[in-house]
Design a protein around this ligand. Sequence first.
Ligand SMILES: *Cc1c(COP(=O)(O)O)cnc(C)c1O
Length: 426
Amino acid sequence: MSIEVIERHESQVRTYCRHFPALFKRAEGSHVFDSQGRRYLDFLAGAGSLNYGHNNPYLREALIGHLNENGICQSLDLYTTAKADFMEAFFDHILAPRNLADYRLQFVGPTGTNAVEAAFKLARKVTGRHQIVAFTRGFHGVSLGALAASAENGKRRAAGQPLNNVLRAPFEGYFGQKVDTIAIIEKFLDDPNSGWEAPAAFVVEVVQGEGGLETASPGWLQRLAALASRLGSLLIIDEIQTGCGRTGDFFAFEASGIKPDLICVSKSISGFGLPMSLLLIRSEHDQWAPGEHNGTFRGSNLSFVTATAAIRHYWLTGDFIGEVRANAVIVRSGLNEIASRHRGVSVVGRGMMLGLRFSTEGRADAVSRACFEQGLIVETCGPHGNTLKLLPPLTTPEALLEEGIEIIARCTALSESRTELLAGAA
Ligand SMILES: *Cc1c(COP(=O)(O)O)cnc(C)c1O
């Protein structure tokens, strides 16, 4: 068994495996192991879909129990006990304590982009308008509707057709911290001759996961929410990567106190890495006709089981999120120290969604490659892959966080000489 059979037969479109070309076999907590038994520390964690770590024992036990009892696996959208359990746990322990109990829950196809498609379709139906305002560096998925809102040109070109009905607006800080981008957007939308019309919706990430960990401040989000409300446009918050505790709250928008019209949730919601995606809809916007937006795999029962176990184990008290915040302080201070030792390196992100931004092109990739050689899986994001993005499982013990930061520190130092060599060769 080797990676050659995969490389021979799998489409060229494969991507993460090109950066981390090992043959992985087992995984436990914050570690994955390849077929040779080599151990890797995993700061990629399924691109943020494994917030509770690999094969989390509490979730695994619930899953095995469900399977052993011949629990329902596939049910379309028939009522099941697994779904009822999930909805009860999610409403009682996640939504109600955050004053979000007046949202309806729509299960969509199992991936994040499905939630974004449903959000856009619903916003257009509710408002009778067609434009969506999306932001620079935003990422919302690669199916055509969501891709239209995603900003990365390489992915957009692959559409092979025009991507329509999206207006691109500058995210907070896009022109530097002194330029008020909400004022710019407001100017366009208040001027009947600007060429802009009031949109069906604004779609935004609070921390831009693929775009380079740019963060929107609570004040900026509040003003965006007020603008959307004044214009009769819906505000869609894409919490697909930021959600489920990653930024130090269950939802990244919580600190702003806003009540988005629609919230997209996926990646870590099942907790076990099983596919699951949902759209939260403020109840007055739940204007779907029955069956108007359909799909075979809307809410897998196995995902419901692990999602419920994750909520019951980690979210009934404040202990878990308290640890996440404490760990975030540790990671940030480790990264600050690295940044202080090198020129052209800065710390970006929020909570446990932190990264190192490198001003030299290619350096973040060089660091990522060197880390992999030393047993740490950590990817890059942002324009030209300029940002090393750390997404360790939120359950990672302090000692392993320190171990990962140590490797990043070593590889950042190494890359100083390596990128100079590369620059010399080019
Ligand atoms: C991953 C991601 C998506 C798309 O989810 P898929 O499951 O890959 O379709 C959308 N938005 C954000 C912010 C994401 O991180």
